[in-house]
Design a binder for this molecule. Structure first.
Ligand code: KG4
Ligand code: ZN
Length: 338
């Protein structure tokens, strides 16, 4: 049988990533993060595209050398076409096009949101692949979606955020509390030491399977301002309890929507992805859902949940098998839909 080598490139936000895959198995997975955004408390698009420009060649070279694969062996180049920041997408897209053009091999465009979901199909020991149909919940700093996945390329978004992403809810709450960026991991760590029921924040009321997180952020801001007025040391004295209460509220919102989604679709296989799926509380809540609601839950290997190119490679591989290639005039698309 033929060996299919895919080189995949991801540059949709602030991580420059490249990965080499052989027949569905990852040979290398390189990610260069951009610490420059920490000082700004969020991703600065202009700085992100400049950093991609600097990182892309070294990251691709490293992915090839770690995989011990030469450019001449590659079968196709896969790249993230969107959604994402236009200036960032353009770097990966242009690079992928040039390389495919120079090597006379096919080019494969990949939807970043599909990739977060199909990351579950990377061959990886100890990780089971979800059976079709399943529900995928993609939760990160840039996205919050519930998707019904009928097959690899037949997916319907059945719920999504109407404002902030869930990761932003963590990060913006953290900013109010004076924590560093991104604040999700620290809120998670402190939540374990605090009382989740110490403070109560009302959950947003959004119909159906859509999400809203901007109201929660405002509620937290007002609450903190009021408390600090009464006691200037409120944040430092109660930080763990505040973090635990915020996390408890956010997880409650996610689990409520999942419950509704399983009820509406009758599907009980649930796969999660995106940076927020690292959260200890959400993992615990999903596990509890197995006993409580009869769910079967799937969490991918950590390096495949945050933005990475291995997930782009698996989609590239699946599209390669179908002969689904992109033309050389394909364009990046910042609002690409599933
Ligand atoms: O997938 P990702 O690395 O990048 C994108 O946003 O696409 O996700 C980053 C987000 C940030 O908002 C970060 O605060 C959040 O994931 N995050 C967490 C945890 N680890 C990362 N949020 C809650 N708990 C965590 N343990
Ligand atoms: Zn992402």
């Amino acid at each position: 049988t033929q060996n299919i080598y895919i080189l995949a490139i991801e540059s949709s936000c602030d991580d420059t990533a490249a990965s080499v895959m052989l027949n569905g198995k990852i040979l290398s997975n390189v990610v260069a993060g951009q610490s420059i955004h920490e000082a700004y408390g969020g991703v600065v698009p202009e700085l992100a595209s400049r950093a991609h420009q600097q990182n892309i060649v070294p990251v691709v070279d490293q992915a090839l050398s770690r995989a011990n694969v030469d450019k001449s062996q590659l079968s196709a180049i896969a790249f993230t076409r969107g959604p994402g920041l236009m200036g960032s997408l353009l770097v990966g897209t242009s690079f992928a096009k040039s390389l495919a053009y120079g090597l006379h091999i096919p080019l494969i465009d990949v939807n970043h949101m599909q990739a977060h979901i199909l990351a579950h199909f990377i061959d990886e020991e100890g990780f089971e692949k979800p059976p079709f149909p399943f529900l995928a919940m993609t939760i990160s700093g840039g996205h919050t979606q519930i998707v019904q996945v009928n097959s690899y390329f037949d997916m319907d978004v059945i719920g999504e955020t109407i404002d902030d992403a869930v990761g932003e809810a963590f990060d913006k709450s953290g900013k109010i509390l004076g924590l560093g960026y991104p604040a999700g991991p620290e809120i998670d760590r402190r939540a374990k030491l605090g009382n989740p029921k110490a403070f109560k924040f009302t959950k947003p009321r959004v119909d159906g399977l859509n999400f809203s997180f901007s109201g929660l952020k405002t509620a937290i801001l007002y609450f903190i301002q009021k408390e600090v007025k009464a006691n200037p040391n409120f944040i430092e004295e109660r930080l763990n309890d505040i973090c635990a209460s915020i996390q408890y509220t956010i997880i409650g919102i996610l689990i409520d929507k999942l419950k509704l989604a399983t009820k509406q679709t009758g599907i009980t296989h649930i796969a999660i992805g995106g940076g927020v799926s690292a959260n200890t509380g959400i993992r615990e809540a999903l596990k509890n859902g197995e006993a409580k609601f009869g769910w079967t839950t799937y969490v991918p290997k950590f390096e495949f949940t945050t933005d990475n190119a291995a997930m782009i490679a698996i989609v590239g591989y699946l599209k390669y098998l179908e002969g689904d290639f992109a033309a050389q005039n394909v364009m990046a698309s910042s609002r690409l839909k599933i």
